[in-house]
Design a protein around this ligand. Structure first.
Ligand SMILES: Nc1ncnc2c1ncn2[C@@H]1O[C@H](COP(=O)(O)OP(=O)(O)O)[C@@H](O)[C@H]1O
Ligand SMILES: N[C@@H](CCC(=O)OP(=O)(O)O)C(=O)O
Length: 376
């Protein structure tokens, strides 16, 4: 995060906002976006782009008449389109004296803590040296169940990774409405959202175009992540005049997502546990232990582990459940599943040799404290 009024801004632009009606990359739309990023750079802000558009830019050149639905065809299209997209961005930024750089990320890169931290270090160097990192999912090599899938949640995770001040999501709609505007012409624009309540989640519908994948639902998931991470966010319409520039200065038409000041922000370690780690097993605890870690905010002691499911090593992230099967949160274990199984049933004096907590409080993220998006 920058300390002055210079901001670190992550801008996400969706496929539908970069392509023409025929699904080709629109040079005019790209130029407009680049012009606005350049305005921010000229003002001294750091900017990172999360740009979709690889599949959209490539599928016709692959010989498909419409956006393919099979994974191998989408991946082949992205292989063609990603290069074309980057070529256009590089040319345009260079014509203004700025340099772009490509970063392709998979979900498994983010679930490995070392690779996650490494990505942060790399991006920090680029931003500090005035480069504009351009991030997309590494579509050509990811497999379906391990895909981010849409770039909305990817952009929120990237914003958390680089400790951004603001996430701007540009779409084909000028904000979040209280109902799907395609179905209800009286739907009203919501200008400020301070909490993602079940009512807010309920207004989010499917994608509005053939080229977008996320729809409003994935944007809401993205804003849950940024709000829990203390990052303010904005949703507005790509192509509206000065939308990006005005959003940074809080003057744009759209929806601003800002958590209230009393919301506790997750630190970077907890962001990784909550949104990026892939849990490897389950630790089940009784109601007394639940009260101790949730309400009294204590660490989970070895004597409070009721049983464990799955195999995991020391340092893995696990799901913590109560005896009714309700998931309470996620945490990093200090013992492997085998060690934990050995502890169960031991008396207090016998447990004395296990000096560490099973899960330290600072390595535990409670679902009650943070409304975690499911499955992101
Ligand atoms: N409550 C809502 N408010 C605004 N848009 C909505 C809502 N529910 C569904 N949508 C649809 O979500 C679409 C934007 O998502 P998407 O098509 O994935 O765009 P992008 O490619 O920009 O990510 C809008 O065009 C709109 O039709
Ligand atoms: N990684 C994909 C983006 C997936 C996608 O379509 O996302 P979005 O347009 O943001 O809903 C691509 O570059 O084509």
């Amino acid at each position: 995060m920058l300390t002055t009024d210079k901001k670190r801004v992550v801008i996400k632009i969706g496929s539908s906002s970069l392509t023409s009606l025929h699904g080709e990359i629109s040079r005019r739309k790209l130029e407009k976006l680049v012009d606005e990023v350049v305005q921010l750079k000229d003002d001294g802000h750091e900017v990172l782009l999360v740009s979709s558009g690889a599949v959209a830019a490539g599928y016709r050149k692959l010989g498909c008449l419409e956006r393919p639905s099979s994974l191998p065809e989408k991946q082949a299209a992205a292989s063609i389109g990603q290069g074309l997209l980057m070529e256009s961005y590089s040319d345009l930024f260079l014509s203004h004296g700025y340099m772009g750089s490509q970063i392709l990320i998979t979900r498994s890169d983010f679930s490995d803590e070392d690779r996650y931290n490494n990505a942060r270090n790399t991006i920090n160097v680029l931003l500090e040296r005035g480069i504009i990192p351009i991030v997309n999912e590494n579509d050509t090599i990811t497999i379906d169940r391990l895909k981010f899938g849409d770039n909305d949640t990817l952009s929120a995770k990237v914003a958390g990774l680089v400790d951004a001040d603001q996430l701007i999501i540009l779409s084909d709609i000028d904000g979040l409405y209280d109902d799907d505007p395609r179905k209800n012409e009286n739907a009203q624009l919501l200008q400020n959202v301070h909490e993602i309540t079940p009512e807010i989640e309920a207004v989010a519908g499917e994608p509005g175009s053939d080229v977008g994948t996320g729809g409003m639902k994935s944007k809401i998931d993205a804003f849950k992540i940024t709000m829990a991470s203390g990052i303010s966010s904005f949703l507005g319409k790509a192509g509206n005049d000065n939308i990006v520039y005005d959003a940074v200065y809080h003057n744009a038409k759209g929806t601003y997502f800002e958590a209230t000041e009393d919301t506790e922000n997750l630190d970077q370690k907890k962001q990784w546990i909550a949104f990026n780690s892939g849990p490897e097993g389950d630790v089940i605890i009784d109601h007394r232990a639940k009260e101790s870690i949730v309400e009294m905010k204590k660490s989970l002691l070895p004597m409070n582990v009721h049983h464990v499911n799955g195999r995991f090593k020391k340092g893995a992230v696990v799901r913590i459940h109560d005896l009714h099967g309700e998931e309470i949160g996620l945490g990093v274990v200090n013992y492997s599943s085998d060690e934990m199984k050995e502890m169960i049933g031991l008396t207090e004096p016998e447990l004395e040799s296990y000096e560490k907590a099973a899960i330290e409080r600072e390595d535990f993220v409670c679902h009650l404290e943070v409304a975690l998006p499911v499955g992101v």
